[in-house]
Ligand binder design. Structure first.
Ligand code: MOS
Length: 725
């Protein structure tokens, strides 16, 4: 089904199940430990061996030789497979760095061997006995230095944009700001490590894996192993978080596949926590320059955003300027992105790639500009709202209620209590309020599903969509229940298996809206199958209470299904509609902090997010997404930073002891308000993304609150106490 006109009224709009606060349908098996995460399939027919990976101890160079005899002779060891054994493997396009195979080292902790043993302890002990001899080469690890030699990335990234005449307008502006902001490298730190269990049956490979994108992973594994895709089955029904770190094929799957072949039995491989930050991808550090020029009344006349980031050869930039092209009005504007070559591990997507770090800079700049203009920061943003794409005035936003979010948030949060910077003190705490806008584009992806009506009148949905903790099972069950007119308890949802129709997968906050749209399309097909079997026209049929009704004839779905049942399968694709108007998601973040006058320690007291993001399919799961994102934003603001060893070229704090993410005690009080909104241009669901919107702007709101508390403007994240005392 092609979506190419604004969605008219459809069965979803009944909102009997969709839009309701339905608790997670998979909650019980998760909380009782029965959900099969990748490492936790305990009832396979045959025993599993354990593979323990070995990572490179250098950042760049070649391997001259490897000594594995001691490891092979160690107790319990079944085999050792090295990168030299398997030779050069074809690299899929979605991976920037090679994952395994050959003698080239592109980054620290690149996988160089896997040791397979009967038990985890034996495998780990033997892995320490593998000796690798390297010929190291000098590398480039310092973004600040490499920035000078940075080049224009691929044109598809739109590295240079310009509208009007920025330079003249900025030079003539009554009030201006020109500042540099930096954001550090960050790690996804999902709870569940990357893990795979590989098993071979002849030339067919099955991998139980933790993947956000089944079809990408499967395609890229086939390329890497030189196999036909059809011979590979991936199963990933439960995923303990991803945040972008599990979008692309990773080394655990490749190592498990080779290991299982070597020992002739299934092998499970998890990346040990201390290996994840350097072995996998990370959010690249940025250096950003923001310039804003305005009239005395606060109207922006000139706005420019430039960003520098680095990646391995063949990689891409962190697109930190994207939101600045769309968020505020202003006739004269420009953005640039430049990409430096760095020999650090691969930079890639992490929750709201582009906008998350971009908003960290832009929204401090807006706060600074409001201060210079003697304007309230909420007022300043309202004054510079735009209902059209500022680069293409003929292109409106499909829905844009940024002003509504700002005004409601201001009222609900008690913004009027905000005083001058450094003016509020309680004992040894300085108190501050800060805010920022939230912005993230709304993407859509093709998504397919199969829906079966069983002879008992129950409905089963199958799609390779993943649930990375987001609530996919639940919103898909709600969608099918609404479409087929059955209770949610009559719907079974099966996800994360490459035998099911290819879905959007979980990424870019497109998963919820896109995958439910695919289920919608399949349900339309199933409704047609039911109607045609009974001799109805499906447009005239009413599906409710487990019955299909046509005029005054009513037939139970179980009867309509017959003894063989009925099936509908389809795929939602996206027509021109997504191009004719700009689709974005909006919000506002408000934060209260206190800062200790002696230690400089910042504590968050309260957070509020107001979001305008289309129809909310389930307020419980959507709220969880937003508070999770706000928590991640708190980490970005106050603690998260991969420290780069500039001599040896690796992330030093590569575990959860050294890389600090927020814990419950750091986040006392969070609130989320969703604005009433439907976006008929976004999909038949009239929903949009929400999961990444929630992080965009949070860190700046916190940094702005710290400024309001202390009068100290920190422009280099994270805002740690050493920068305040
Ligand atoms: Mo998201 S960074 O596309 O998982």
């Amino acid at each position: 089904m092609k979506f190419d006109s604004p969605a008219a009224t459809n069965p979803i709009d009944k909102l009997k199940v969709v839009g309701k606060p339905v608790h997670r349908v998979d909650g019980e098996i998760k909380t009782t430990g029965r959900a099969t995460y990748a490492y936790e399939w305990h009832d396979l027919d045959v025993a599993c061996a354990i593979g323990y990976p070995v990572g490179s101890a250098i950042a760049k160079g070649t391997i001259s030789s490897m000594e594995v005899s001691a490891a092979q002779a160690a107790p319990g060891v079944l085999a050792v497979v090295t990168t030299l054994d398997v030779g050069g493997l074809k690299k899929p396009k979605r991976n920037t760095a090679h994952l395994f195979g050959g003698d080239k080292i592109q980054h620290y902790h690149q996988a160089v061997a896997v040791v397979i043993a009967r038990t985890f302890e034996e495998a780990r002990a033997a892995a320490a006995l593998v000796k690798v001899h390297y010929r190291p080469e000098p590398g480039t690890f310092d973004l600040e230095k490499a920035k000078e030699a940075a080049v224009k990335p691929d044109e598809s990234q739109e590295p240079d944009t310009a509208t009007g005449d920025f330079n003249t307008a900025f030079a003539e502006a009554a009030v201006t700001l020109d500042q540099i902001y930096t954001t550090p490298d960050q790690s996804h730190c999902m709870m569940e490590p990357h893990a795979s269990i590989a098993s071979w049956n002849g030339d067919e490979l099955t991998v139980r894996v933790s993947s956000q994108m089944i079809d990408w992973w499967r395609t890229d594994l086939a390329t890497t192993l030189g196999m036909q895709k059809e011979k590979i089955r991936l199963i990933s029904p439960f995923i303990g978080g991803g945040f972008g770190g599990k979008l692309f094929l990773r080394a655990d799957t490749v190592l498990a596949a080779f290991a299982a072949k070597a020992v002739g039995m299934p092998v499970k491989v998890a990346l040990p926590r201390p290996m994840i930050p350097n072995n996998t991808t990370h959010r690249p550090a940025t250096i950003q320059r923001v310039r804003i020029g305005a009239e005395r009344d606060g109207k922006i006349t000139a706005i420019a955003h430039e960003s520098w980031s680095g990646d391995l050869p063949g990689g891409g930039p962190e697109t930190a300027v994207n939101q600045t092209r769309l968020l505020y009005a202003g006739a004269n504007r420009m953005t640039t992105m430049r990409l430096a070559t760095l020999d650090l591990p691969e930079g890639n997507a992490m929750r709201a790639p582009g906008e998350a770090p971009g908003m960290m800079a832009l929204e401090i700049a807006m706060d600074e500009m409001a201060e210079r203009l003697h304007l309230d920061p909420v007022e300043f943003r309202i004054l510079n709202d735009t209902q059209v794409d500022p680069e293409k005035p003929e292109r409106p936003f499909s829905r844009r209620n940024l002003i509504g979010c700002l005004m409601l948030g201001r009222d609900q949060f008690g913004w009027e209590r905000r005083g001058k910077a450094g003016s509020r003190r309680e004992g040894q705490k300085l108190i501050g309020l800060g805010m920022a806008a939230a912005f993230r584009n709304n993407l859509v992806m093709p998504s397919g599903a199969r829906v079966q009506l069983g002879r008992d009148g129950g409905v089963t949905v199958q799609t390779d969509m993943t649930d990375i903790g987001t609530g996919s099972y639940t919103i898909i069950a709600q969608t099918a229940a609404e479409m087929m007119g059955v209770g949610i308890d009559r719907v079974t949802v099966e996800l994360g298996d490459s035998r099911f129709p290819v879905s959007a997968g979980s990424g870019g906050q497109f998963g919820g809206n896109s995958s439910t749209s695919g289920v919608y399309a399949a349900c339309v097909k199933l409704r047609e199958a039911v109607a045609s079997k009974l001799g109805f026209n499906s447009d005239d049929a009413l599906f409710e209470n487990g019955q299909v009704r046509f005029g005054n004839r009513s037939v139970p779905l179980s009867e309509a299904a017959g003894s063989d049942g009925l099936v509908g399968e389809d795929r939602m694709t996206w027509g021109d509609i997504v191009d004719t108007q700009q689709q974005s998601t909006f919000g506002a973040h408000f934060v209260e902090v206190d800062v200790d006058v002696f230690t400089g320690e910042t504590r968050i007291r309260r957070m509020l997010a107001v979001c305008a993001s289309g129809r909310i399919l389930n307020p419980i799961t959507a709220r969880s997404q937003v508070i999770g994102a706000m928590t991640m934003g708190a980490g970005a603001a106050l603690s998260e930073e991969l420290a780069v060893d500039l001599r040896r070229g690796y992330f030093v704090n590569h575990d959860l002891a050294g890389y600090e993410v927020p814990v419950h005690a750091d986040i006392p009080n969070q609130d989320v308000i969703f604005m009433e909104e439907t976006d008929p241009r976004s999909s038949p669901m009239k929903a949009k993304g929400i999961a990444e919107l929630g992080i965009c702007g949070v860190a700046a709101a916190i940094a702005n609150a710290v400024f309001n508390a202390t009068g100290i403007r920190v422009r280099n994240y994270p805002v740690t106490l050493d920068k305040l005392v």
